[in-house]
Design a binder for this molecule. Structure first.
Ligand code: AMP
Length: 282
């Protein structure tokens, strides 16, 4: 497995692979890799002959009061995980390599970046879309693999690729969970024992929504109320949002119908957690 720290190095590595007509898969990450990331690498390996994983904690997607400086960076362990799961190359640039000057060019996917997480993280998706556009230009993959865990992110990235005619495809992989239902996340490490104990309530509330809908309930307001009751069992969890939206437009819907995304964010004292389910309702 090759490790590239510069843009020139990774470009040379990918160019060599494409000379042999290899299909290039790309898995962008911020490192601190866990089973969720591994599922993306494995899926990429199934569909592509050459898999590049990027490890880059992107400063432009963090707000001024967020956890950029304490974000975990277990680089050697991450490299070992990439290697043992079949990655062919890792691109791990420094912030200076990616942003040699103050960035003046931004990719802003309007409308889709505003609701849900965009409300409490107003510049987050601009940073995500910009770094993904840069990484896609650098790696030039055939397929980039993203997790459903970050549902709004993947909707935004798909729209960016379509709007900017990027010659590639986005593949979405299911959420990998802990045995108690908590969606795996690099930020779960921040949780103390009491917060970790309450964290599965996010998924429990989504399962309750699923149950209600399976039973014929179609009023978003009622479902949201029942989800709140479950989350409020925790004395530590502060609900940031619970949103029931059209999965294409991210617009709030009053009645459950068609492709529906139920997404939520909860602030624990030590970490903000997100989760979601996607449904297709007749
Ligand atoms: P991150 O390192 O948090 O930026 O995530 C990198 C990629 O891994 C994103 O596409 C995430 O959606 C995906 N990912 C993170 N956690 C999970 C998970 N629990 N299951 C599936 N994919 C995930």
């Amino acid at each position: 497995m090759k490790i590239a720290k510069t843009i020139d190095e990774i470009r040379m590595i990918v160019t060599e692979a494409t000379m042999f007509d290899k299909k290039v898969g790309f898995v962008p990450t911020m490192g601190a890799l866990h089973a969720g990331h591994i599922s993306l690498i494995k899926k990429a390996k199934q569909q592509c002959e050459f898999v590049v994983v990027s490890i880059f904690v992107n400063p432009t997607q963090f707000g001024p009061t967020e956890d950029l400086n304490k974000y975990p960076k277990p680089f050697d362990a991450d490299i070992a995980i990439c290697k043992s799961n079949g990655a062919d190359a890792v691109f791990a640039p420094s912030a200076e390599e990616m942003y040699p000057e103050r960035n003046l060019t931004w990719v802003n996917v309007e409308k889709l970046s505003e609701p849900l997480c965009g409300k409490s993280r107003p510049t987050h998706f601009r940073g995500v879309a910009t770094v993904c556009a840069k990484l896609f230009n650098i790696v030039q993959p055939d397929i980039a693999f993203f997790g459903q865990k970050d549902a709004q992110q993947v909707i935004i990235i798909k729209r960016m690729v379509a709007d900017l005619n990027m010659p590639m495809r986005i593949a979405v992989c299911p959420i990998v969970r802990e045995p108690d239902g908590l969606a795996m996340s690099s930020r779960n490490k921040y949780l103390n024992a009491a917060e970790r104990k309450d964290a599965p309530l996010l998924y429990a509330s989504l399962q309750e929504a699923q149950l209600l809908i399976n039973g014929g309930e179609c009023k978003s307001a009622f479902i949201t109320e029942q989800m709140k009751k479950i989350l409020n069992i925790s004395k530590l969890a502060e609900i940031d949002y619970i949103s029931i939206v059209n999965a294409d437009t991210l617009e709030e819907i009053e009645e459950i119908k068609g492709k529906v995304l139920i997404a939520l964010a909860v602030k624990m004292p030590s970490a903000r957690l997100i989760d979601n389910i996607m449904l297709d309702v007749e």
